[in-house]
Design a protein around this ligand. Structure first.
Ligand code: PSV
Ligand code: MN
Length: 424
C-alpha cells in the first residue's frame, strides 16, 4: 500500500506546536545544529527482506496478520517504513528466500517506493528443496570438495541476482562449525573456508565488496569457523581490499566491548558495516536500543570519531542494516522503533564535544571524559530526529503515524489474516 503524503502532513500539522516547543528547547544549546540535522537527514538504514514477517523461535511462530506474501509485498512494506521515517531507503535480499524472478519489474517497484537494493545475502545454512548435497556439516568449510563447490556456486548465483538489482555487496554469514570437540580440524576448516571465499571473491564485479559476518555460536555449539572478529578479519585480510568484517551486534558473548572492536576495525579500514539489533543474553535479535541504548551510543561515538578521523562519509561509506526478529510485535512497528533508536544514538554521538574529550583524555581526566560522553547521551535528541524527518517530508512520530493511519488494518484487509512471510 502507498501512503499519501498529505495524510502524514496532516498528522504532523496536529503535532506541530508541541514539536516546535520541544525542538527549540533543545536546539538553543547545540552549537553544531545545522550539521546534526543535515547528517541525520541523509542517514539511512537498510531493511532486510526477512524482517517484514513475524519471527519465530525453535519452539514456535505466532504469525501476525497481513504479512507480506511475496517479495513485491515486502518491498511495499519497506516503502511504508520509508514514507514514514525517510530513513530506510533500501532493502537487503536474502537468497533464496527472496529471489527476484523479474529483476527489472522488482527494480521498478522499488524505485516507485523510493528504494534501492542494499547488499545481497547468501544462504548456505539451510538445505533447500531439491538441493543435491546437504549442508548438515557445513558449507564453505566442508570436508567434501563437492559440497564446498555447491556452496561457492550458490554465492556466485547470489552475486548474479545482486548485479541485476544494482546491489554492490555480497554479505556472507556461515553457520559452519562443530557441535562437539574432535568433530573438526580447525585449521583445515579455516583453510577450506578461505579457499572457498577466494573463489567467490574472484567472481565479484570490480565495484563490489564482500562482507564477512562472524558469530560465536548457534546453530553450532562447540565451535564456529568464523566465530569472532579476529577470524573474520583474518579472512578479510587474506582475501583483499574488497573484503571486510561485518559486525552484527548480537554476535558477541556477554560483556564483549563491541565499541572497541568497531574502533579498531575502522582504523584498519576493515569495517564493512552493521547488523543492528539488541540482546540481553545471546543473539536475541531484539529491537535496537531496547535493552542497552548506552552501548549503542558508545558504538556510535566510536563510529563518528573513527570515520571523521579517516574522512569517511557517515551515510554511505559503510553498510547500515537492521537484523532483528519480531516474535511478539508488529514487524513494521518494531523496525520503525529500531530505526528511531539508531538515529537517536547517532544524533547523540554527533553532540559529543570532541575537542573537550581529547583534552580530557590527554590530561587523564577520567571524570571529565565520562561527563562529556554522558552530557551528549543524556540530551533528549528526539525532537532533533523528528525535525530531520519533518524536513525530509517524513512523520514527526513515525509509529504514531503508522497507528493513526491504520496501516496494519489495511494490510490485513488486502492480504488476509493468515499470511506467512519467508524467512526464519
Ligand atoms: C545469523 O544469525 C544472521 O545474523 C545472519 O546475518 C543471517 O543472514 C541472518 O541472521 C538471518 O536471519
Ligand atoms: Mn546478522
Amino acid at each position: 500500500m502507498q501512503i499519501e503524503k498529505y495524510t502524514v502532513d496532516e498528522l504532523n500539522h496536529q503535532q506541530a506546536k508541541k514539536h516546535q516547543r520541544r525542538f527549540e528547547g533543545v536546539a538553543t544549546d547545540i552549537n553544531n545544529l545545522d550539521e546534526v540535522l543535515q547528517k541525520l537527514g541523509i542517514f539511512n538504514i537498510a531493511i532486510p527482506s526477512w524482517a517484514l514477517g513475524t519471527g519465530g523461535t525453535r519452539f514456535g511462530r505466532f504469525s501476525g496478520g497481513g504479512e507480506p506474501r511475496s517479495l513485491e509485498e515486502k518491498i511495499e512494506d519497506v516503502g511504508v517504513i520509508h514514507a514514514l521515517n525517510k530513513s530506510s531507503n533500501s532493502i537487503s535480499l536474502h537468497i533464496p528466500w527472496d529471489i527476484p524472478d523479474n529483476a527489472s519489474a522488482i527494480k521498478a517497484l522499488a524505485s516507485q517506493n523510493g528504494l534501492h537494493f542494499d547488499a545481497v545475502n547468501s544462504n548456505t545454512f539451510q538445505d533447500q528443496k531439491d538441493q543435491k548435497l546437504s549442508y548438515k556439516f557445513g558449507s564453505l568449510h566442508h570436508v567434501d570438495k563437492a559440497i564446498r563447490k555447491q556452496a561457492v556456486e550458490h554465492n556466485i548465483e547470489v552475486i548474479k541476482y545482486g548485479k541485476q538489482l544494482d546491489s554492490k555487496a555480497l554479505s556472507v554469514w556461515l553457520s559452519d562449525g562443530s557441535n562437539f570437540p574432535g568433530q573438526l580440524n580447525f585449521r583445515q576448516a579455516f583453510q577450506n573456508t578461505l579457499e572457498s571465499l577466494q573463489e567467490i571473491y574472484a567472481a565479484l564485479p570490480d565495484d563490489w565488496k564482500i562482507w564477512v559476518e562472524y558469530k560465536p555460536y548457534e546453530p553450532n555449539f562447540y565451535s564456529t569457523t568464523i566465530g569472532d572478529w579476529g577470524q573474520s578479519y583474518l579472512l578479510a585480510s587474506k582475501l583483499g581490499a574488497k573484503a571486510s568484517t561485518l559486525v552484527d551486534l548480537g554476535h558477541h558473548l556477554q560483556g564483549t566491548n563491541i565499541e572497541q572492536i568497531v574502533s579498531l576495525l575502522l582504523m584498519e579500514g576493515k569495517l564493512a558495516g552493521f547488523h543492528f539489533n539488541d540482546s540481553k543474553y545471546g543473539d536475541d535479535d531484539l529491537t535496537v536500543g531496547s535493552i542497552n541504548p548506552y552501548q549503542l551510543f558508545l558504538i556510535f561515538n566510536e563510529l563518528v570519531e573513527g570515520m571523521d578521523a579517516r574522512g569517511m562519509d557517515h551515510a554511505t561509506s559503510i553498510g547500515w542494516m537492521i537484523d532483528a526478529s519480531h516474535n511478539v510485535k508488529d514487524p513494521i512497528e518494531d523496525l520503525l522503533q529500531s530505526v528511531q533508536a539508531i538515529k537517536i544514538a547517532y544524533a547523540q554521538a554527533l553532540l559529543v564535544d570532541k575537542k573537550a574529550l581529547v583534552a580530557a583524555q590527554n590530561n587523564n581526566d577520567v571524570a571529565l571524559a565520562q561527563e562529556i560522553l554522558q552530557q551528549a547521551y543524556r540530551t533528549d535528541v528526539r525532537s532533533l530526529v523528528a525535525e530531520a524527518s519533518l524536513r525530509n517530508g517524513g512523520a514527526l512520530d513515525p509509529i504514531n503515524a503508522y497507528r493513526k493511519l491504520n496501516i496494519r488494518e489495511h494490510l490485513i484487509k488486502e492480504r488476509g489474516l493468515k499470511t506467512v512471510a519467508t524467512g526464519l
